[in-house]
Design a binder for this molecule. Structure first.
Ligand SMILES: *[C@@H]1O[C@H](CO)[C@@H](O)[C@H](O)[C@H]1NC(C)=O
Ligand SMILES: *[C@@H]1O[C@H](CO)[C@@H](O)[C@H](O)[C@H]1NC(C)=O
Length: 318
């Protein structure tokens, strides 16, 4: 009785293994990533075109048919391209196809083993409305991605529904610009200290920008400084550098109202902030020894005190 139960269990397991292994091995045999899409999908979307089959017969048939029908091909003989864009920009992925005839062009996104359908023909199937097909005559099946973000980076495939399918690979790189406010030694800084009456000078470095732009803005808190005329004595100078820019903000005759957070920004894509402290008082020594009421709140700030003691803070404008 016991051995009988074991026997049944063994046969059951064996059957499970066989049935489980069968679909896996056929998927492996097919080799092409194209096969990973459910077969139903291809039947649904390519009802009138040749579909890849697992049987040899179909291969012979289509080989025969290609002798009458010119085979489609991509303009770019490399069949691959790298495209670089900047975070926040619109980007077009080109796919120029010749001799397409009645066949269909589709775009898919590949993420590891997953394949996501984006477009078929001129229809967009992606749930992300930033993606769309922008056909440009005569033969460019461009995929437009608006306001590119970091998650858009990766592999895309422009596919022709020929047999076997032709695939144009595009690798999209989304570059995230870097913005840093640097000190005199060229190092990123979060705090800057100035004596009242001195000139505040902030330097901002923008890098990793494939399409350089001088559109750099400076703000004090929420207040835009680039075109500010209310205070006077403010100037902004921005120079383009290869792959970026350097922007400098000058504020003459600093006073305590100039204290606060200053932000340097590249459009609304990337920014850096520095906290500026304008110290009232004739000289640092007086501030240290005076012990006046105005310094009491600052004593709590160990960093400020340490910098004052070290005398580092006032090297900035010497
Ligand atoms: C894309 O970039 C990778 C890595 O830099 C390189 O190996 C590959 O050849 C490039 N492909 C094309 C088509 O330029
Ligand atoms: C400046 O920024 C710091 C850090 O984000 C914040 O803690 C502080 O409250 C800000 N100061 C002002 C005046 O907004």
């Amino acid at each position: 009785m016991k051995s009988q139960v074991h026997g049944v269990a063994a046969i059951y397991l064996l059957l499970q293994c066989v049935s489980g292994a069968a679909p896996k091995s056929s998927a492996l045999q097919s080799g092409s990533s194209f096969m990973n899409l459910p077969r139903k999908f291809w039947h649904d979307t390519y009802t009138y075109t040749d579909l890849p089959g697992e049987d040899e017969e179909q291969e012979d048939e289509s080989a025969e048919s290609t002798t009458h029908d010119p085979y489609p091909f991509f303009d770019d003989a490399n069949m691959a391209a790298n495209v670089t864009t900047q975070l926040g920009n619109d980007v077009y992925l080109h796919c120029r196809v010749n001799d397409l005839r009645e066949r269909t062009v589709s775009w898919v996104r590949r993420k590891g083993d997953e394949v996501h359908l984006i477009t078929v023909g001129r229809q967009t199937y992606s749930s992300d409305s930033r993606y769309s097909l922008q056909f440009q005559p005569p033969n460019n099946w461009q995929l437009l991605i608006q306001y590119s973000n970091e998650r858009d980076e990766g592999h895309y495939e422009c596919r022709i529904s020929s047999y076997p399918p032709l695939v144009y690979l595009v690798y999209l790189i989304v570059v995230v610009p870097r913005v840093e406010i640097i000190d005199e030694r060229g190092q990123a800084t979060l705090d800057k200290f100035y004596k009242a009456g001195s000139t505040i000078e902030l330097k901002c470095i923008i890098s990793r920008v494939p399409q350089p732009t001088s559109y750099v803005t400076w703000k004090h808190g929420m207040r835009m400084l680039n075109y500010d005329t209310s205070r006077g004595g403010i100037s902004v100078k921005t120079d383009l550098l290869p792959g970026g820019a350097m922007s400098r903000l000058y504020i003459a005759n600093a006073n305590r109202y100039d204290t606060g957070n200053y932000t340097c920004a590249l459009a609304d894509i990337a920014q850096a902030t520095v906290s500026v402290h304008v110290l009232n008082g004739e000289n640092p020594a007086a501030m240290q020894h005076g012990g006046g009421a105005q310094w009491k709140p600052m004593l709590g700030n160990a960093v400020v005190l340490l910098l004052l003691l070290l005398g580092i803070s006032f090297n900035a404008f010497r």
